[in-house]
Design a binder for this molecule. Structure first.
Ligand SMILES: [Zn+2]
Length: 447
């Protein structure tokens, strides 16, 4: 029984882009390839004439904070945020709850259950933020995640000894540790020199050297502990170079992540966008931003994720008066693919296969769910997105849910997520979600 027959798409694979067809049956890819090699299915439920649209696997956002708790009682929860994900072509997210961190096997199981009832997309969980290294590592892995997060900075600052011990224990057990890299001592000293409440002051309070120092130390810690390391949200080209040393030095896998906001914006944009660019780590110079693009192009950066953290427009706008007041973090899950396709591929900074690697294949491998997710191969999950070329001006109004704002407001883009398929069903069309909460499933992923 064929669910969907996609015709005349430009299908992206790791090797290139090829005109072809995709046939989906029973929620899985049944056939993919040039029209001449794909038998025409009889009586498919749905035929999509892609008319040359670009077809990619559904994206995996390996770093989100969707917030299903008391912090934002109205509207921002795992349902609205995963709906926003699916509208933007993201069919899998790896979620890290921050307000009530999951640090026990029971908490992982409960969180998986709560999220599954609300999820529009398939999801995995990250255990963290870990401050006490004496957690039940094996139990947490049994409960469904081998991915542990720790911090070198407030509000989840862990001591050096705790990070070393956590890495040793997780490394022994076969898991991975992801680290937020900014050295708190440097942040504290920088803050002590600043009296201003202006938005620019926030950027000055989180200097580049805090990231460089913490990345370097996380690298040596991982090397010492024989623990696979994932460096999240690298905000600078220099930070990437610092981290890259450990890919060859350490005897363990080291993977590097950046986020769209560090490629799209620099400190210079804060004058105009103010609190709507308040994010941790902070934005760096234009030179660092350009070097980060180089690292995305040449493969030093392994994957792009969003660090998605939604807030409401009004509460964020309070930061014009006092930048220390609102929460830091940006909504980004719905715009990640369109940003990379528009400002990356269309601007000739990256190719379609590189985009495929950054948001499909690499995050799926990192999460231990490849090739089931992140590839268009026969037998894999039928998570597919179609992207059409169209000039438009970005507006929060055109999105499913971004809390009433997006930092990309007013940018001119030319790639738009047209149709999103998950598990063989059309779940979104032109940013309109056609799915329901609870259709997403928990991905038990002991790596
Ligand atoms: Zn984060």
């Amino acid at each position: 029984m064929t669910d969907v027959h996609i015709r005349d798409a430009r299908v992206v694979t790791p090797d290139g882009v090829q005109r072809g067809e995709i046939v989906i049956s029973d929620g899985a890819i049944d056939a993919v390839g040039p029209a001449s090699s794909v038998p025409t299915p009889s009586e498919p439920d749905t035929v999509i004439d892609a008319d040359g649209m670009v077809a990619l696997p559904g994206a995996i956002d390996g770093h989100t904070h969707m917030h299903d708790d008391e912090l934002f009682p109205d509207g921002i929860d795992f349902a609205s945020q995963t709906a926003s994900a699916v509208a933007g072509g993201v069919t899998t997210v790896i979620e890290l709850p921050t307000q009530k961190p999951v640090t026990t096997p029971d908490a992982v199981r409960k969180k998986a259950e709560t999220c599954a009832a609300l999820a529009y997309v398939d999801f995995g969980l990250v255990a963290g933020n870990i401050q006490d290294p004496e957690i039940n590592v094996a139990g947490i892995m049994d409960a469904g995640t081998a991915d542990f997060k720790t911090f070198t900075a407030d509000p989840y600052l862990a001591s050096d000894e705790s990070i070393a011990r956590l890495m040793r224990r997780v490394g022994d057990a076969g898991g991975t540790v992801r680290v937020h890299c900014e050295t708190q001592g440097l942040l504290d000293d920088a803050r002590s020199t600043i009296a201003s409440d202006e938005p620019e002051a926030y950027m000055d309070s989180r200097p580049l050297e805090a990231e460089l120092d913490a990345i370097s130390r996380a690298g040596y810690f991982a090397e010492y502990a024989d623990c696979p390391l994932h460096v999240v949200h690298i905000s600078s080209g220099s930070g990437t170079r610092e981290a890259d040393r450990f890919k060859s030095r350490a005897n363990v896998p080291v993977t590097l992540e950046t986020c769209p906001q560090y490629l799209a914006f620099s400190k210079a944009d804060v004058a105009e966008k103010g609190p709507f660019l308040k994010v941790n780590p902070s934005l760096k110079s234009d030179t660092e931003r350009e070097r980060l693009w180089d690292a995305v192009q040449d493969g030093t950066i392994d994957l792009v994720a969003t660090d998605h953290f939604p807030t409401y427009r009004d509460s964020r706008a309070a930061g014009w008066e006092d930048i220390w007041e609102p929460y830091a973090g940006l909504p980004g899950v719905e715009t990640m693919v369109e940003f990379l396709a528009s400002e990356g591929v269309h601007e000739d900074r990256i190719s379609w296969p590189r985009l495929h690697e950054l948001v499909c294949a690499a995050p799926a491998r990192k999460a231990g769910i490849y090739p089931r997710k992140g590839s268009l191969q026969v037998g894999t999950d039928a998570d597919v997105m179609l992207i059409r070329t169209e000039e438009y001006e970005v507006s929060a109004e055109d999105h499913t849910f971004v809390g009433g704002w997006t930092p990309y407001e007013g940018r001119h883009w030319n790639a738009r997520v047209d149709t999103v398929i998950a598990g063989g069903e059309i779940v979104a069309k032109d940013h309109e979600v056609r799915s329901t909460a609870g259709r997403g499933q928990f991905l038990h992923r002991p790596l």
